[in-house]
Write a protein that binds this ligand. Structure first.
Ligand SMILES: O=C(O)CCC(=O)C(=O)O
Length: 301
């Protein structure tokens, strides 16, 4: 088996497991709800049509090729190692908003198929946030362990995240991992319940401990998989997660997006809804890591 790396550490077998694929029970609403409750997540292999995913991937990478970050053929998603984004697109927020609003992407993230799934998992009619996190993650990129509660529970706790693989994302390319059973860690829920990070932007939301150290300290495992194009992983606000290191050696870029759905009956959080959402800090799409040129050294939230 190939090495799986998180924050520079190789994850040993004892602390590593596979996400349970719920695709075989996707038509059984009751079972999906039961698994969401039990596991804290639902992973669905090949949830989206492959051609639709490739259309979104092509459109997004074509935009990144226009600022010289992605090489031809764009579907391969190879980072060129350079960027002319800041020269050609000086308004970072406007550029990233336009890429994030790519129609073929929104057809997946905001389309009926995912919406229906979220209605089931949230137990009532849902609404999808307009603000979307699109993530091209080049070599060396990773995301620290965190949960989504401090960002997205401003008006209701009934919110779920969908992470969508916009191309194959094998474990070496830095896909999402979750911390097994962390949705049942009461101390984590207590730590983040009622916290709205926009009110205190300097507050730390991710853990300093490495994913492996975290798993060891809780006697648990990191669960992940070799994601295929169109796979989706849905999880709640208190499930701890992060992304493995992209350790590919041929400059391959992991492309994914994450988007939140909430119950429609609750107030809409103005930060993430509307024609020009302000985002967490008020800077709109400019605040996202994806808005930075791919040559910049950044770590994902
Ligand atoms: O894709 C990533 O690197 C992080 C995604 C994430 O944190 C999320 O979906 O909430």
């Amino acid at each position: 088996m190939r090495e799986i790396v998180a924050q520079g550490e190789s994850i040993d077998k004892q602390h590593l497991g596979s996400l349970r694929d719920s695709a075989p029970v996707v038509a059984d609403a009751g079972e999906l709800v039961r698994r969401m409750d039990e596991d804290g997540y639902i992973y669905l292999r090949s949830f989206f049509d492959h051609a639709d995913v490739m259309a979104a991937r092509r459109d997004i990478f074509t935009r990144l090729a226009s600022v010289d970050e992605i090489a031809e053929p764009v579907l391969d998603g190879i980072f060129t190692g350079s960027s002319s984004r800041d020269q050609k697109q000086p308004d970072r927020g406007a550029f990233w908003r336009s890429v994030s609003e790519t129609w073929t992407l929104r057809r997946l993230s905001h389309g009926r198929r995912l919406h229906n799934l979220m209605d089931i998992l949230l137990g009532e009619e849902s609404r999808v946030q307009d603000y979307l996190f699109l993530r091209p993650a080049g070599p060396g990129k990773l995301t620290h362990v965190h949960c989504d509660a401090p960002f997205f529970t401003g008006t209701t706790e009934h919110v779920t995240t969908a992470w969508i693989a916009l191309g194959d994302v094998p474990s070496q390319m830095g896909p999402l991992f979750i911390v097994e059973n962390s949705h049942k860690f009461d101390d984590i829920a207590q730590q983040f319940r009622g916290i709205n990070i926009s009110d205190n932007l300097s507050r730390k939301t991710s853990f300093d401990m490495s994913p492996l150290a975290f798993a060891k300290s809780r006697n648990t495992r990191l669960l992940t998989t070799d994601f295929g194009a169109g796979d989706v992983l849905v999880f709640g606000m208190y499930l701890l997660h992060g992304a493995l290191d992209n350790v590919t050696t041929d400059n391959r870029v992991r492309l994914s997006c994450d988007v939140r759905y909430q119950i429609a009956s609750a107030d809409l959080d103005p930060r993430y809804f509307g024609t020009d959402p302000t985002g967490t800090t008020g800077a709109g799409y400019a605040e996202l890591v994806g808005a930075k040129a791919m040559t910049e050294d950044w770590h994902q939230r």
